[in-house]
Design a protein around this ligand. Structure first.
Ligand SMILES: Cc1cc2nc3c(=O)[nH]c(=O)nc-3n(C[C@H](O)[C@H](O)[C@H](O)COP(=O)(O)O)c2cc1C
Length: 200
């Protein structure tokens, strides 16, 4: 199946059934846990960060903040607060990016949309990684208090996710307990997402 912008990958079409011409970019992205040994270039890393930088936000507050772990030393610091189950597979990723959001504006006012906006940055980063032939998997499974302390975050910063970034690998490179689940996930049909309402 294809649309004017390219092809849907055959492996994702096992689980995903796009029907309205959505760009394959959105459908082909999925979060592998299998990574091959690969050193991320600075250019790749910064292209991913730059995609986040250009996300939209309320009032253009841009509340997303990035903490990067690319060296072995930095990665092992991050691994100290990542949950054990996530560590099994994510230790093989090339880099981690912790995405935090700032709940205070530059004027020191509370800003309620910080987490929502940072989600937009995450999606942009994930898609940019895919366009580079890389893969990302977000993790909420980490000790947020420990991350905040170890990375010396100011009080207004809220750790949201740690993103594992790398070059997708094969199942041989992944712990067996994850083999079954390591495939594109399905989605709810649009009918369940579009909510009916009555115009009175
Ligand atoms: C906020 C957030 C937290 C997540 N936490 C974890 C996690 O701790 N461990 C994990 O393996 N996957 C985690 N995921 C990955 C999701 O399970 C995955 O994105 C979802 O099943 C949809 O699959 P897809 O990304 O392949 O389309 C997380 C994703 C998001 C967006």
């Amino acid at each position: 199946m294809s649309n004017q912008n390219g092809n849907y990958n055959a492996d994702v079409l096992q689980a995903r059934k796009p029907q309205h011409g959505v760009n394959p970019l959105f459908v082909n992205r999925w979060s592998t846990r299998a990574f091959q040994p690969y050193t991320l270039s600075q250019q790749e890393l910064y292209a991913i960060l730059e995609a986040g930088q250009y996300a939209p936000s309320a009032n253009n507050f841009q509340p997303w903040r990035f903490f990067i772990a690319a060296t072995e030393e930095e990665k092992s610091l991050f691994q100290s607060f990542i949950m054990p189950r996530n560590l099994i597979w994510s230790q093989h990723a090339s880099a981690y990016i912790l995405l935090a959001s700032d709940s205070l504006t530059a004027e020191g006012k509370e800003y309620g949309m910080h987490a929502f906006d940072t989600g937009a940055a995450w999606q942009a980063m994930a898609l940019q990684a895919n366009m580079l032939g890389l893969s990302t998997r977000a993790m909420g499974g980490f000790d947020k208090a420990a991350a905040k302390e170890k990375l010396a975050m100011p009080a207004s910063l809220h750790p949201q996710i740690v993103i594992a970034v790398g070059k997708p690998g094969s199942l041989e490179q992944l712990d067996e307990s994850f083999h079954e689940a390591n495939k594109p996930t399905p989605r709810k049909p649009l009918d369940e997402l579009i909510m009916p309402y009555r115009v009175k």
